[in-house]
Write a protein that binds this ligand. Structure first.
Ligand SMILES: Cc1cc2nc3c(=O)[nH]c(=O)nc-3n(C[C@H](O)[C@H](O)[C@H](O)COP(=O)(O)O)c2cc1C
Length: 183
């Protein structure tokens, strides 16, 4: 039996300017069975190799989308990846069952604190409400969406808090048995 494999799509406009996304992605490098791809460095012009990306998606059982929360949504680079890679006949529509039954794990960092994401808070809506379009996308593609891993107030977390969060992230992915390598 082939061991399940995890594909981590790191989506930040420029990882060189990132503290949180860069450190969390860096914490995964030695995990067995985990393929980590930084979209910004592989595709600086955002012209994705859809066939390659689709092949990688087929080869993995758990898909992780890791990104900073930008304007209550995914960063532009991830939206563009979705537009170009999750195409009709592959991810949805007639014959589009390539992702059916795979697991989707969102790993998100936000600037706003957790309490700001409430009906009476600064951001007015809960993260669960704001994540509905991604939940709908997962449903359309037949992906089973896991509980998102969210780091709130990311720019203000201490070194130790960030390190503890990285440990949580590693544990989440380590729950998937080993078996793959980096792409
Ligand atoms: C263009 C842009 C839009 C942002 N929009 C939001 C937002 O809608 N809600 C929020 O809580 N934080 C927002 N932030 C803050 C980022 O989510 C936060 O700084 C990021 O998660 C930190 O991760 P990084 O160090 O990897 O960039 C935004 C930041 C930028 C640059």
């Amino acid at each position: 039996m082939t061991a399940p494999r995890t594909l981590v799509i790191v989506a930040h406009p420029d990882l060189n300017t990132s503290r949180i996304t860069a450190q969390l992605a860096g914490a995964l490098t030695d995990l067995d069975g985990v393929t980590v791809r930084d979209l910004g460095s592989i595709y600086p012009d955002r012209r994705f190799d859809a066939a390659r990306e689709q092949q990688l998606l087929r080869e993995h059982d758990m898909i992780v989308l890791q990104f900073p929360w930008h304007w209550y949504s995914v960063p532009g680079v991830l939206k563009e990846w979705m537009n170009q890679v999750l195409t009709y006949g592959f991810a949805y529509g007639a014959g589009g069952d390539a992702l059916h039954g795979k697991r989707l794990q969102l790993v998100i960092s936000t600037g706003g604190p957790e309490l700001s994401y409430t009906a009476t808070g600064h951001n007015r809506f809960t993260m669960a409400e704001l994540l509905r379009p991604l939940e709908a996308s997962a449903h359309l593609c037949g992906l089973e969406m896991a509980e998102p891993l969210i780091l709130h107030a990311a720019p203000r977390v201490s070194h130790d808090e960030l390190a503890a969060h990285a440990v949580r992230y590693r544990k989440l992915l380590s729950a998937v048995p080993a078996g793959a390598s980096r792409a």
